[in-house]
Each structure stands twice: as structure tokens, then as C-alpha cells.
Design a protein around this ligand. Structure first.
Ligand code: G6P
Length: 363
């Protein structure tokens, strides 16, 4: 009933708004790093490679985490889709591996099949799961809960940012263990700011509704980003497809020239994920190439970045200036809002999108 939606018209919108409190719960009430240290009996100094496995939105969380594990903890990771990994060939003489399986439901069939494959290979497994009573939570060697609370909207929102928070703290834990103390400290202090930053982005909702209007008539949209924001471009496009039924493609901004730039015209809105940071100049030049082909650009960035692109970007989604490491977490909310408000303006039931299931328990 409406009461369960906490006064919001849809569960999805309620769940978007819960993200600041979920991230605060993960850090404080649930003290995620103490829990990691207590419950995961693995010495990550003796792990050569991580294998991150998930499906859908959870897979994009793993793509972000891959960069954190490398940058903060100096550990390489392979990211695999459950549906692919389950049938992937085994290799002889594998490196010392540890697997992390990420799932909101803990019941996604392809992720569970991958778990079985890992177990038969005697690779240690950690399940990061929102539904604590679930097959993945029960069957993995180790288990970390997301504590995001029940997620009802079919398109994942708060579970995604909760996954990012837990994976980030896992990276900080590994960094500490592997002797990267400074990196761990910097990361933790950036993460401590996440709840406040997420609250700040929620306040931009009204401005995002105005931007959403220009997407409602589009038949196709592009989302581009680089580095840790490339997976967010993929997630932004996925959300758009899932609930607004607009064809959307996420692309690495540097790859545009190898194909998708051919699609750019005045009818294809482009969302450019381009907050200030090391790769800003690179993304900016990719955006200028789109502008030169009459693309309609919406920039997702902080004020400084938006100002720098104001000659070519007609619309903006604002996020606060943050440490680059946590930009993917903060950028998630404007993208969720955008997809949500486009879907609402097109008249769709965002909580129950056609053809999709909350949890895909069959292959
Ligand atoms: C379905 C949902 C997605 C979710 C994916 C993976 O497709 O609609 O929102 O990301 O499954 O689900 P999981 O429960 O494994 O995270």
C-alpha cells in the first residue's frame, strides 16, 4: 500500500531517497570494516587475483570495485558476468584467486551457478548479498550483508550504492592488510563523507525533473564516461532501458570515435559523466567531438566542470565536488533520478517494468 511507500508515489523513488541513510547505516550502525575483519578469515597478502562475479546492476558495481581494488589495494581483479563465468573454460595453473559474488537477491541463477563452479575449483568465495536469507548468503564461504533493507522496485537503486559502499570498505580492508596504509586512510575518509554527499544530490531532484523532460520524446540516448565513471555510464543506460524503454547505450567516452559517434545527431541526447578530475580534459574533448556533430549534451558534473563545458552542454545534472574515488557512488543518484523521471513522464509503472523480474532465478 501507499504507506509502505513512505508517502512516495513509487518504491523506486522511496528507495532512491533512502540511500543517504543506507550508506550511513553501513558505516556506523553496522561498522562494515569491523565486520569484514571479524568475518572474513582470508589473508589478502596471499591472494594474487580477485574474481568478481555478478549480473545486471550488481555487475556494474563490480566493475567500479575492480578499479578500487587496483588503485587502493594494489590487487588485480577480473570482473565476470554470472552467465558467462559459469561456462568459462578452466585454466591450468591458475593464480591464487579469491572470488567475490555480488547480488541483491542472492538468488540469481547465473550467479549461483558460478558459485558452484568456484566451489568445485576450491576457490574461496565471499557473497555480498542484501537478502540475508538467500542461497548465496548461505552457500558462500563468507558472507557480508548489505543492510539496505528490502528493495521492492525492480530496477535496483539503493542496493547498488550499498554494494559500492561495502566493496569500497572491502578494498580499504585489503589495502590495510597489504600494507597500503595511506591509501586505506584516504579512501576511508572520503567514504565517511558519502552519506552527506548523497543527501546533497537528493536536493537536486527538481532540477533533474526539468532535464528529464528533454529525454521523454527521445528514441535513443547515449551515456558516456571514462575510468570509474564508465561503469556508471553503463548503469545509467541500463536504468533508462529498464524503466523508460528508451534505447540507451553506455559507452567508454574514448571509444565513441570507434563507432557510436556515427549515431550522434540532434535527436540523440548524450549524457556525459564528466566531473572534475584527472580524466576531465579527456572527457571534455570527447564531448566537444559530440557537440561538433550537433549532439545535445547533458553534462553530469560538479559546478566547475559544468562551467567549463557550458559552451557545449545545454543541460546539466549537478553533483558536489568530491574525492575522485567516491565519484561513482555520488553519480549514481542523478542517473537514477533521470531514468525515474523520464519513465514517469512517459507514463510507465516504474516499479513493475515490462518483461523484467526483480530476481532472475532461472537460467
Ligand atoms: C534483475 C534485476 C536487476 C538486478 C539483476 C541482478 O535483472 O531486475 O535490477 O541488477 O537482476 O540481480 P541480483 O539480485 O543478483 O543483484
Amino acid at each position: 500500500g501507499a504507506a509502505d511507500k513512505g508517502g512516495f508515489p513509487h518504491f523506486m523513488l522511496k528507495e532512491i531517497h533512502e540511500q543517504p541513510s543506507v550508506s550511513a547505516v553501513i558505516q556506523h550502525r553496522y561498522a562494515v570494516e569491523a565486520l569484514i575483519a571479524e568475518s572474513i578469515d582470508v589473508d589478502f597478502r596471499h591472494v594474487d587475483r580477485l574474481r568478481l562475479i555478478a549480473c545486471g546492476t550488481s555487475y556494474y558495481a563490480c566493475m567500479v570495485a575492480k578499479r578500487w581494488f587496483a588503485e587502493v589495494a594494489g590487487i588485480a581483479a577480473d570482473v565476470e558476468l554470472g552467465s558467462e563465468y559459469r561456462y568459462a573454460p578452466d585454466i591450468t595453473n591458475p593464480p591464487r584467486e579469491f572470488a567475490v559474488l555480488v547480488s541483491q537477491s542472492g538468488e540469481t541463477a547465473d550467479t549461483l551457478a558460478s558459485l558452484e563452479k568456484l566451489k568445485s575449483q576450491r576457490i574461496g568465495t565471499l557473497g555480498i548479498v542484501n537478502q540475508q536469507v538467500s542461497t548465496l548468503a548461505r552457500e558462500a564461504d563468507y558472507f557480508l550483508p548489505l543492510l539496505a533493507g528490502p528493495e521492492i522496485g525492480v530496477a535496483s537503486t539503493k542496493a547498488f550504492t550499498a554494494q559500492l559502499m561495502v566493496l569500497a570498505h572491502l578494498a580499504a580492508h585489503m589495502a590495510e592488510q597489504r600494507g597500503y596504509r595511506l591509501a586505506a586512510t584516504r579512501f576511508r575518509s572520503a567514504l565517511a563523507k558519502v552519506p552527506k554527499l548523497l543527501s546533497a544530490v537528493l536536493h537536486n531532484e527538481a532540477a533533474i525533473i526539468a532535464v528529464a523532460e528533454r529525454f521523454s520524446q527521445a528514441t535513443s540516448a547515449l551515456f558516456v564516461g571514462r575510468g570509474a565513471l564508465y561503469p556508471l555510464a553503463l548503469e545509467g543506460a541500463l536504468k533508462m532501458k529498464e524503466i523508460s524503454y528508451i534505447h540507451a547505450e553506455g559507452y567508454a567516452a574514448g571509444e565513441l570515435k570507434h563507432g557510436p559517434i556515427a549515431l550522434v545527431d540532434e535527436n540523440t541526447p548524450v549524457v556525459a559523466l564528466a566531473p572534475s578530475g584527472e580524466l576531465f580534459a579527456k572527457v571534455a574533448s570527447n564531448i566537444r567531438e559530440i557537440a561538433a556533430r550537433n549532439g545535445r549534451i547533458t553534462i553530469l558534473g560538479d559546478r566547475r566542470a559544468i562551467l567549463a563545458m557550458s559552451d557545449v552542454a545545454s543541460h546539466a545534472l549537478t553533483m558536489p565536488i568530491t574525492d575522485e574515488l567516491i565519484q561513482p557512488i555520488v553519480a549514481a543518484i542523478p542517473l537514477q533520478f533521470l531514468a525515474y523521471h523520464v519513465a514517469v513522464s512517459r507514463g510507465y509503472d516504474v516499479d513493475r517494468p515490462r518483461n523484467l523480474a526483480k530476481s532472475v532465478t532461472v537460467e
